[in-house]
Design a protein around this ligand. Structure first.
Ligand SMILES: *Cc1c(COP(=O)(O)O)cnc(C)c1O
Length: 416
């Protein structure tokens, strides 16, 4: 069970957790290029339908170097803020490779995105009206909410009857009315059910719902059936992977048949975020203290929720690996421990009641599957420095791809 994941795939290339921390400090985000590329390729080859594209939902991880690799793999991007657009352009993405999924944006923001020549997905009647006034004759995509949502946590369900996202299907006549008024061309429709499904059937059910209403639009060039592809966060319990092959096999004929009936080979798009990057990233940290408190064994580390927020934010599970500082020391005693960070809040817990090989002060722990919604959600809370990020290249070399914050970074924005 211990370190099964990273050792199986020689995650750290020619180096080791200990050497990496010695060289770059702790805590540290480490990414593996080969895994990242592999996940990209799995998505790109998901279906046999010929006009199929993948848009990486870059909110999951916006490291410039990772974005470049993802683009090299033939993947385009979804952006949801001007900041993301800025980073994507810096990483080499062309405006036509970016799809802007807007939600409650200001007119200035809408203007900025239109001026850059980036296609926008519109999320409400009122914003469609604003778009029409601003860019009559323009092309847009409409984000629909076909009434079905999924997710690993209430906070990440983005369709269905209890979410701020998407336009209710009943409002489609109004959408068309506004489009006519401003001579807008509805070139695409999109939806996103939510995050982290492990069975393809619910996604397919959602896609079918979207396709059944798509026929009401006569000018479509693409249909974006969303993201949310899950990864197994409980590998140590042998959680199975999402069966992409089987999933693709089921999805392909649905897309093909729809296009045939529509009479046009529209482009079909998926927009995975997590699936692309999650498994390529690990957070390494150091054990500073071991302490018993009212019958709980606490392992005190430098990985607070300022470094990795998912456990605190979504009660998310991440598998933990232990790297003994004395590598010859083969501990086979397992203890039930709770792993915590160094932030001044009781909720600063990474992993509760885990059975792990005996841990000593000075050991290194790895929090695996942390490549998505990891660094991008990290913060300077408690005025702690955000970690550095390192890439293990396909050749096994370690390369710094973002430096650690400095104390000066904490002073950014203050007037002299
Ligand atoms: C976040 C998001 C995604 C990606 O979700 P994942 O669960 O990371 O795949 C896709 N589309 C939209 C609109 C999103 O907001």
């Amino acid at each position: 069970m211990d370190n099964y994941f990273t050792s199986l795939i020689s995650f750290y290339g020619n180096t080791s957790p200990r050497e990496l921390i010695k060289k770059y400090g702790s805590p540290l985000y480490v990414y593996n290029e080969s895994i990242l590329r592999q996940r990209c390729r799995e998505m790109v080859s998901l279906v046999s339908y010929p006009r199929f594209s993948v848009n990486y939902s870059c909110k999951a991880n916006t490291n410039l170097e990772l974005l470049r690799i993802i683009r090299q793999e033939g993947i385009h991007a979804d952006a949801i803020s001007p900041g993301e657009v800025h980073i994507l352009l810096e990483a080499g993405y062309k405006p036509e490779e970016i799809f802007y999924i807007s939600n409650n944006i200001s007119k200035e923001e809408m203007r900025t995105i239109i001026d850059k020549g980036i296609l926008i997905s519109i999320d409400s009647l009122s914003q469609l009206e604003q778009y029409g006034e601003m860019n009559p004759g323009g092309s847009v995509s409409i984000r629909l909410n076909p009434g079905l949502g999924v997710g690993h946590h209430k906070k990440v369900i983005t369709a269905g009857d209890d979410t701020k996202f998407g336009i209710d299907l009943e409002l489609i006549p109004r959408v068309k009315e506004i489009a006519r008024k401003y001579e807008l061309k509805i070139v695409g429709i999109n939806h996103h059910l939510g995050s982290l499904f492990m069975e393809g059937d619910v996604f397919i059910e959602g896609a079918k719902l979207l396709l059944s209403v798509a026929k009401e639009f006569s000018d479509l060039d693409f249909i974006d059936i969303g993201g949310g592809f899950g990864i197994p966060y409980r590998k140590q319990e042998n959680e199975p992977r999402l069966d992409l092959r089987n999933f693709g096999k089921k999805l392909s004929p649905i897309l093909e048949n729809w296009a045939k009936e529509y009479g046009k080979q529209v482009e079909f798009i998926v927009e995975p975020g997590r699936y692309i990057v999650a498994e390529s990233g690990v957070v390494l940290g150091k054990v500073h203290t071991i302490k018993e408190n009212h019958s709980t064994s606490y392992i005190g580390t430098d990985i607070g929720f300022n470094v990795l927020a998912r456990p605190m934010l979504y009660d998310a599970h991440h598998d933990i690996e232990v790297y003994k500082i004395n590598e010859n020391c083969l501990e086979k005693n397992y203890n039930k421990v709770t792993i915590v960070g160094n932030i001044c809040e009781s909720g600063d817990i990474i992993a509760r009641d885990r059975l792990l090989p005996e841990i000593a002060e000075g050991d290194i722990i790895g929090i695996v599957d942390a490549g998505a919604y990891g660094y991008c959600m990290s913060s300077n809370y408690n005025s702690r420095l955000r970690p550095a990020e390192v890439l293990i290249t396909a050749e096994g070399k370690d390369v710094l791809i973002r430096r650690r914050d400095t104390l000066d970074d904490l002073m950014r924005g203050f007037l002299p």
